[in-house]
Design a protein around this ligand. Structure first.
Ligand code: SF4
Ligand code: SF4
Length: 149
């Protein structure tokens, strides 16, 4: 079943990338599948519509639950990261306040690789953030604010 749901999520991502003007070849590269599979996806063939419904429901979960489900469905972290990034409809801004002590716990907590430690301070790339708030939960100084925009 997870394999079918993975296909459903890839289908949703492929449709979104196509709407963004990407070619079949670019979509295939982005999703690490071959070009003929993308053509099948976009023609609606070789797909279970139930799996697409389940996949759509997963994308509509809270950002944290969507990320956790994607991590459970895909073997490779970069795949779950990519699917969440493409299919997530919501946008977030990460603010790190001066009270940051540079402990790095947020860096380890962030599966989206949106936080880096530089000069003993955390720095966030909001573009990569999916809004899961896992970093915020780990921060011992309550220095992280996640805002939906
Ligand atoms: S909320 Fe925090 S842990 Fe989650 S993706 Fe954004 S920066 Fe990373
Ligand atoms: S967890 Fe908090 S204190 Fe530690 S590096 Fe991240 S923002 Fe700074």
């Amino acid at each position: 079943m997870p394999k079918h749901i993975a296909s459903g999520l890839k289908y949703l991502a492929a449709v979104k990338l196509k709407d963004m003007g990407k070619t079949h070849q670019e979509i295939a590269r982005e999703l690490s599948v071959d070009r003929s599979t993308i053509s099948h996806y976009l023609n609606g063939s070789n797909l279970s519509w139930n799996s697409i419904d389940v996949a759509r429901t997963i994308t509509e979960l809270s950002p944290r639950d969507f990320l956790i489900m994607a991590q459970a469905i895909f073997d490779k972290p970069e795949q779950s990261r990519k699917i969440v990034k493409i299919c997530q409809e919501r946008n977030f801004v990460v603010n790190i306040e001066d009270s940051c002590i540079g402990c790095g716990l947020c860096v380890n907590a962030c599966s989206m690789k949106a936080i880096l430690l530089e000069s003993l301070k955390a720095h966030a790339d909001s573009i990569q953030c999916c809004g899961c708030q896992l970093c915020k939960d780990e921060c011992p100084t309550n220095s992280i604010k996640i805002l939906e925009i």
